[in-house]
Structures are given as C-alpha cells and as structure tokens.
Design a binder for this molecule. Structure first.
Ligand code: FAD
Length: 283
C-alpha cells in the first residue's frame, strides 16, 4: 500500500518510526514492541537508515520483515550520504522485489571530511529524482519546522524544500519539534511557497533527561520555556520526566490534530509505552 493513498481519508494517519537494533536480543525486543503497537492500527511504520548507510542491510531486512511477517505497511528510510548510485539502485530493487512500496529519501548528515562517491548524490532532491526515474515508490520528504540546521537561511531552506517537492515527493514529514507554533508557521510558509502537500508533524515524547540532552544536541530542537521549566523540576528523575514528556506530547498532538494536521509521525525510540499512552488518550 502506498502511504499517500492513506492521507486525506478522514482519519488521521498515525505512524511509528523505529531504528534497526544492533543485536539479536534488541531485534527480538523490537519485534515485541512493534507487535504491541500494531494493536493501535498504525497507517504505517518506518525504519531508519544509519548514518552513512551503516545499517543498510539491517534497515532493508527489518522493513521487509515488518511488511511480510507482521503485516504492517512499512517504509524504509534511505540517505544519499555514503552510498554510490549502484548501491542505492541495488537497495531499491531489493525493496521493490519484496513488495515494499514506500521509501523516505533523505540527504543525511555529512560527517567531517566526507567524500561522496563519484556518482553519488549530495541532496535529497537528487535522490528523489533518481528514484522517480526508475522505480514506482511512494516518496515522502523531510522538512524542518525550525529550519534545517545547516541551511543558509529559512528562505534558502524553503527554496530547497520547493526543489525537493518539484522533484516528486508525495507528502512531507517534519523533524521533531516541541512548540506547535513552529509547525503551524512551517505549514503557512510552505503554503505561501506553493507547496500544497500534506505535512505530517513528527513528535518525540521526552522520555528521560539523557534523551532530551541527546535530542537537542542531535537536531537542535528548541525546548520551549514552559517545557524546560517542567523538565528542570524533574532533575534526573526519569519516571517524572517521562510523565512530563507524555503530558506535553499528548497536548501537542491534540492541538495539532484539532488544527488540521493530517496525522502524527511518532519517533518511538523503539519503545512502546510513551507512544501507546499518548495514542490511547488521543484516539
Ligand atoms: P536535504 O533535503 O538534502 O536538505 C539538507 C540541507 O541541504 C538543508 O539545509 C537544505 O536546505 C539544503 N539543501 C537541500 N537541497 C539542496 C540543494 N539542491 N542545494 C543546496 N542545498 C540544498 N537521518 C539519517 O541518517 N537516517 C534516517 O533514517 C533519518 N530519518 C529522518 C526522518 C525524518 C522524518 C527527518 C525529518 C529527518 C531524518 N533524518 C535521518 C535526518 C536527515 O538525514 C538530516 O536532517 C539531514 O541533514 C537532511 O536530510 P534531508 O533529507 O532533509 O536533506
């Protein structure tokens, strides 16, 4: 099933994102998590692509396993960084042969001193064009409510997003954010630039003090003052932090859906409890 067909059908499109575990034990535990979350009837689940293609095989195998053995609509992420055109083509062929119909084409983060393969790609829009030239996948694109950290300016980032949309993406999924105003402004900017595609907000509930430090260091997401104060009050008490994180994300989701967001993409960190509790309150 192509995910784009599930959008705009009335009910919000709920999706869950996982990363491929490194160990057999982690894999078994993730399968339990996915089966638990399957009961919530998600529109699709997605599997991330390790930086520089480090999880290529595991990403592909897990996506296929979720599709064929768990019976959920599955999407593989794929970055251009670290892959030659032949590796990308081989991966796309394998996914297509296995019945996967959705791929999230990404630029990826360039490590310091990165040398791209001679025939590789630098940006997501180039990967989108390449996929469109030979395969029939549904292709979402990534977008950034707080502007991509390496973009020269918000205007430039928007111009690059328009380029990616014109290359042929079917809908957009946002980077995680904690202040809905950033999402609403992002949608407004996209609409004024002529982008009419559905923009699905990406939500990650804060689950621990270490987790919030990691998130902000990784993607630079801004913590609104009100959330920061509540998290500070929890100190290193992860049980209380989790409660604050769930309450904040639930409110975010409620407001987003009430104001027309087409769904929610949950960054699950491979765990089910926070996502399940938010979902139960919402639906
Ligand atoms: P692009 O669209 O290529 O944009 C990257 C930067 O380059 C932006 O600043 C943009 O303004 C600029 N730019 C874009 N096109 C051009 C151009 N033609 N010329 C000049 N500048 C340009 N990372 C992973 O490693 N694995 C994952 O699985 C993964 N999943 C993600 C899922 C979602 C929903 C999101 C939002 C992000 C994900 N990321 C993942 C992170 C992502 O790879 C990084 O944010 C990366 O830096 C940008 O990827 P992009 O596809 O948005 O890139």
């Amino acid at each position: 099933m192509k995910i784009a067909r599930l959008l705009g059908g009335g009910a919000p499109l709920i999706s869950f994102e996982f990363f491929p575990p490194k160990t057999e034990q982690g894999h078994a535990s993730l399968l339990r998590t996915i089966k638990e979350l399957k009961r919530l009837d998600p529109g699709f689940v997605s599997v991330t692509w390790g930086a520089g293609g480090s999880t290529r095989r595991r990403t592909v195998e897990l996506t296929i396993e979720i599709h064929q053995e768990i019976g959920l609509v599955a999407m593989a992420h794929m970055t251009c960084i670290g892959s030659s055109r032949a590796q990308i083509a081989e991966t796309l062929d394998r996914l297509a042969r296995a019945g996967i119909e959705n791929v999230l084409p990404l630029g990826g983060d360039q490590p310091e001193g990165y040398q791209r393969p001679a025939d590789g790609f630098d940006y997501a829009n180039e990967l989108v064009e390449f996929v469109r030239s030979r395969w029939d996948f549904c292709l979402p694109g990534a977008c950034y409510p707080e502007t991509h950290p390496s973009a020269a300016s918000p205007e430039q980032d928007l111009a690059n997003l328009v380029r990616k949309v014109e290359a042929g993406v079917d809908f957009l999924i946002t980077q995680l954010f904690f202040d809905n105003t950033d999402y609403f402004n992002c949608v407004e900017r996209a609409r004024s630039a002529g982008i009419g595609l559905p923009i699905v907000p990406g939500i990650m509930p804060v689950v621990s003090a270490a987790n919030i430090r990691r998130i902000t260091a990784l993607c630079g997401a801004r913590i609104p003052e009100a959330l920061g104060a509540r998290l500070d009050a929890c100190g290193e008490d992860d049980r209380r932090t989790l409660e604050v994180g769930i309450a904040w994300a639930t409110e975010q989701c409620r407001e987003l859906l009430a104001h027309g967001a087409p769904g929610i993409h949950f960054y699950t960190l491979n765990r089910s409890p926070a996502t399940r509790r938010i979902h139960e309150t919402l639906i």
